[in-house]
Write a protein that binds this ligand. Structure first.
Ligand code: ATP
Ligand code: MG
Length: 226
């Protein structure tokens, strides 16, 4: 459902990614690994259309990324960036509710008990519920990251793009959260494309892994084969 074909591109005239190709099936948990600066975040930014493509193509459900309206794309994709904004003038619960509004395609008038239930469920899953009335500015980096993860989940997108979703957490919290994340996304058949730093951790959770080095694919396969 997500196809990346011979993709090249980066920032203005600097090419970071070079001839990157892979495809991700619906419901798959797909991990992207590689050293600092290898282009992992750049790749997620290209899939979410933050950066434009120089060469090659990205397709979702057989249609080129360029063909989607911004509204449709916002419904299809949810993104958790590697660094989350410190200046976000909302409480945790409001932040998560914004994700749910995106799920409803902006139909603000139809806030249902189901929407409220999803908001509560994702706050529980990301262990952020106790902070629900707190402003994001007053949270630690790890707490804020979990609030934005809850926002992305509340969106229930077809494809979740996560850039090192647990990089602020210690190992036991990382595993707890990844267990929950996998259960939750599997139940809904969501596709997850997630950047990891740790190969062992990625191998535990991902169906397949892509290894990048200096913007090129060096390995693509199941954790046993990588
Ligand atoms: P990390 O593990 O540190 O997060 P990464 O694999 O996500 O690394 P990217 O953020 O994709 O790496 O960066 C790839 C390359 O692009 C790096 O060499 C970086 O310096 C460069 N780069 C990143 N952002 C910009 C930018 N806004 N303008 C120009 N170059 C950039
Ligand atoms: Mg990065």
């Amino acid at each position: 459902m997500l196809q990346v074909k011979n993709l090249s591109g980066g920032y203005s005239d600097i090419n970071i990614l070079r001839n990157v190709s892979f495809s991700v099936s619906r419901g798959e948990m797909f991990g992207i690994l590689g050293p600092n600066g290898s282009g992992k975040s750049t790749l997620l930014k290209m899939i979410s259309r933050v950066l434009s493509i120089k060469h090659g193509e990205i397709m979702i459900d057989g249609r080129s990324l360029q063909q989607y309206s911004s509204k449709k794309l916002a419904r299809l994709l949810a993104v958790l960036p590697q660094v989350t904004s410190e200046v976000f003038p909302f409480t945790v619960k409001e932040t998560v509710e914004l994700g749910r509004y995106a799920h409803q395609r902006g139909l603000f008038q139809t806030w249902s008990p189901k929407d409220e239930a999803v908001v509560q469920e994702v706050m529980t899953l990301t262990k952020i519920k106790e902070f629900q009335g707190v402003s994001l500015q007053e949270l630690s980096g790890g707490e804020r990251q979990r609030a934005f993860l809850a926002q992305a989940l509340a969106q229930e997108p077809d494809i979740l793009l996560l850039d090192e979703p647990t990089n602020h957490l210690d190992l036991s919290h990382q595993k707890g959260l990844l267990d929950q994340l996998k259960r939750w996304t599997r139940q809904r058949g969501l596709t997850v494309v997630t950047v990891f730093h740790d190969l062992n951790l990625a191998s535990l959770y991902c169906d397949r892994l892509l290894l990048l080095n200096e913007g090129e694919v060096v390995c693509l396969g199941t954790p046993e084969n990588v």
